[in-house]
Ligand binder design. Structure first.
Ligand code: ATP
Ligand code: MG
Length: 239
């Protein structure tokens, strides 16, 4: 079976133009394949480029060189040269993302944050609301919080809103940036179950997860990123 995601020789530097052109070399010749129903967890020390990779897959950062291809039954999408206007549809329909921190929008309630990915696809508000509430309840977010904007929520409460928003769209590819970092054991278990269910319905997951227990329960494979760094990873170089 063809991989859902194929990354080949991906390369990323950050050039800090405001700092005399300092280049931070992050990724060199990274290649990987990810299949439907599989969960690959990125490993490696802090600052090695794990979140950067997820952000390239979600269109927040541009790749320098290399290719990121997503295969569908009826075609292929090359993300590295996707026109800007096409990213909206990719994020809506193809690549879901649970970021490490919730992007809080003032006056938008937790329930509406979670409904949004379905509304963006034209779902009926009533259906979107019901699915959002089901997920929030499953993640044990107290009902009294559902109609409040999550700006004042605790770290773990915000993380659960973020997880619900990321999972509700059932995208074919789901990116998870430390989704359980702020959660207690009960809610970590819920997230592990949600990841298992996503795998069972054919979702491909690429994640970062420092928690050994969660990692061992969800990961089909680990990818240590160190070997993909530039040869000597003092990692900073001046032009
Ligand atoms: N927008 C940016 N501009 C400049 N440098 C950046 C930018 N984003 C990330 N970096 C740098 O790239 C490197 C990789 O960062 P990244 O956030 O991907 O690390 P990480 O592996 O996710 O680390 P952690 O485990 O701490 O989350 C770091 O040295 C970071 O400072
Ligand atoms: Mg990170």
């Amino acid at each position: 079976m063809k991989a859902l995601l194929t990354i080949e020789k991906l390369h990323k530097d950050f050039v800090l133009h405001g700092q005399g052109g300092i280049a931070i070399k992050v990724m060199h010749d990274l290649s990987l394949e990810l299949h439907r129903g599989e969960c690959l967890v990125l490993a490696g020390r802090s600052g090695i480029g794990k979140s950067t990779l997820l952000k390239m897959l979600h269109g927040n950062y541009l790749a320098e060189r290399g290719s990121i291809r997503i295969h569908f039954d009826d075609g292929l999408l090359e993300l590295t040269d996707l026109p800007t206007h096409a990213w909206h549809r990719v994020r809506r329909d193809v690549v879901g993302y649970v970021s490490q921190f919730l992007r809080v929008v003032p006056r938008v309630s937790a329930r509406e944050v979670v409904m949004e990915p379905l509304l963006a696809r034209g779902a009926y508000a009533q259906d979107a609301r019901q699915r959002a509430e089901t997920l929030l309840a499953r993640l044990n977010l107290p009902e009294r919080l559902w109609s409040l904007p999550p700006g004042t929520f605790s770290g773990g409460e915000q993380q659960r809103v973020n997880i619900a928003e990321g999972f509700i769209g059932e995208h074919p590819l789901l990116l998870l940036d430390e989704p359980t970092a702020s959660l207690d054991a009960t809610n970590r278990d819920v997230v592990v179950e949600m990841i298992s269910e996503a795998k069972a319905r054919g979702c491909a997951l690429l994640g970062i997860c420092h928690d050994e227990d969660v990692r061992s329960r969800v990961a089909d494979r680990l990818l240590p990123l160190d070997e993909h760094l530039m040869a000597r990873t003092s990692s900073q170089e001046t032009f």
